[in-house]
Design a binder for this molecule. Structure first.
Ligand code: ARG
Length: 460
């Protein structure tokens, strides 16, 4: 009674749930590159004739040209990018197209295509992050001596320099780049020739296809090669860590742009206004970078959970590997570009930063250190004396270095006028000369090294 409807219904749903073409068409370049390497190898090994291979290679170039131009029409019944390319090839050159799939399966094909795609994605991210590093190091160089409050618990802690603060992000991005670099080196083995799961009886040359596709070597286990996606997870985990770093910087910009802070004026180009409150300049780009980090971490979680518990070898669940990677990559590329633009063009309000550094009793540690150094007082006792000085300054509503010497000596008679040499914020940062410390000399030294590390001219 319902057979007419039912016979079509499930088939339509099946087509829809089965199809990956709506998203995996992004692999067309890699798919065609893989096929060209494969067919050249088949011809070299005499598995297909030189004439057939030439026809196939020529046809693949035509399919590539079509993708480059308007794309190839999509048909859900053809499932994925691999079948679309092969089907279009057959339309263009006829049944000889069917020889291309000799000694190959979509399982090793997709694993190869996707590795190639992720490798390109890593190269693009690396370029973007290098640009962000250049922006950070440039702005840090401008502000090696600009004093701002350093925070712990978001409470004024000790003065630091803005250059030092910006260079903290340089270091994070440097490690992010090295994580992507590690992932790239690890994934650069070619699955092609693993076939469906067990390898093939055809006398293929896996070294040749690996080399043609820029891989270091072929993978060593066919089951592993078609069924692991750890290379995509490496990418996503590196992306998640990077996104978290970008999100922290974005959060600082949001905070610093807020009126009570007023540490930065974000450029118009990265802000929006409000339709109702004319005074508003909202840090939307920074907020979205912060927000995107959630989606990127979500993508990493998604693929991790997809892979968990899959038996060897290939399972169709793994077709779901691509959307999270594509999404994370697009969001990360945008986030890197937006943060780079903001770092390059933000106006730092160094007067406000300095005033905030001076307001928060941030040189209290310097006073305690001075008592240890100059009056030979144990640090714990010095800490206690300094606490009393801060309480006095707070009660009097003045900065530490505005307290009269007599007031200081009433708290502890061992204090003398030399103490005023360390109570100012400039003296405080200048004193922090330990390796990696915030002293302008240290910051400039690190900036010079950083520029060399990323191949930037040091004109300073
Ligand atoms: N579209 C599939 C994917 O992305 C290709 C591999 C299909 N293999 C298979 N045995 N059905 O995973």
């Amino acid at each position: 009674m319902w057979g007419g409807r039912f016979a079509e219904g499930p088939a339509a749903v099946m087509r829809e749930i089965n199809a990956s073409i709506p998203f995996d068409k992004r692999l067309w370049r890699q798919d065609i590159a893989g096929s060209r390497a494969h067919v050249a190898m088949l011809a070299d090994r005499g598995i297909v004739s030189a004439d057939d291979a030439a026809l196939i290679a020529d046809g693949l170039a035509r399919v590539a040209a079509e993708y480059e131009a308007d794309g190839v029409p999509e048909d859900m019944a053809l499932e994925d990018i691999h079948m679309h390319v092969e089907h279009r090839l057959a339309e263009l050159i006829g049944p000889v197209a069917g020889r291309l799939h000799t000694a190959r399966s979509r399982n090793d094909q997709v694993a190869t295509d996707f590795r190639l795609w992720v490798r390109d994605a890593i190269d693009a991210v690396d370029e973007g992050l290098a640009g962000l590093q250049r922006a950070l190091v440039t702005r840090a160089g401008e502000h090696a001596e600009s004093v701002m409050p350093g925070f712990t618990h978001l409470q004024s802690a000790q003065p630091v320099t803005l250059g030092h603060h910006l260079m903290a992000y340089f270091e994070m991005v440097h490690r992010d780049r090295s994580r992507f670099e590690d992932a790239r080196a690890r994934m650069n083995e070619c699955p092609l020739g693993s076939a469906a799961l067990a390898g093939t009886g055809f006398p293929i040359d896996r070294e040749a296809t690996a080399e043609a596709l820029g891989f270091d070597r072929p993978t060593d286990n066919s089951l592993d090669a078609v069924s692991d996606r750890d290379f995509a997870l490496d990418y996503l985990m590196a992306a998640a860590t990077t996104a978290i770093h970008l999100s922290r910087l974005a959060e600082e910009f949001v905070l610093w742009a807020s009126q009570p802070f007023g540490f930065v004026k974000l450029p118009d180009a990265y802000s929006t206004g409000s339709s109702i409150m004319p005074q508003k300049r909202n840090p939307d780009a920074a907020e979205l970078v912060r927000g995107h980090a959630g989606r990127i971490v979500g993508a990493m979680t998604a693929l991790t959970i997809t892979m968990k518990g899959l038996p060897l070898a290939y399972s169709k669940d793994m077709q779901d590997d691509k959307p999270p990677v594509f999404e994370a990559h697009d969001l990360l590329a945008l986030s890197i570009a937006a943060m780079t633009g903001m770092v390059e063009t933000v106006t730092f309000r160094t007067d406000r930063m300095r005033a905030a550094a001076e307001a928060g009793f941030a040189t209290a540690t310097d006073l305690a250190d001075w008592l240890v150094r100059e009056a030979n007082i144990p640090f714990r006792e010095a800490h206690h004396i300094t606490g009393a000085v801060v309480r006095q300054a707070e009660a009097d509503g003045v900065a530490l270095d505005a307290l009269p010497l007599a007031t200081l000596q009433a708290i502890d008679s061992r204090i003398d006028e030399r103490v005023f040499g360390v109570l100012g914020v400039d003296a405080s940062v200048a004193a922090r000369t330990s390796h990696g410390g915030t002293a302008p000399d240290q910051v400039r030294r690190r900036i010079a090294e950083a520029k060399a590390a990323i191949g930037m001219e040091d004109e300073a």
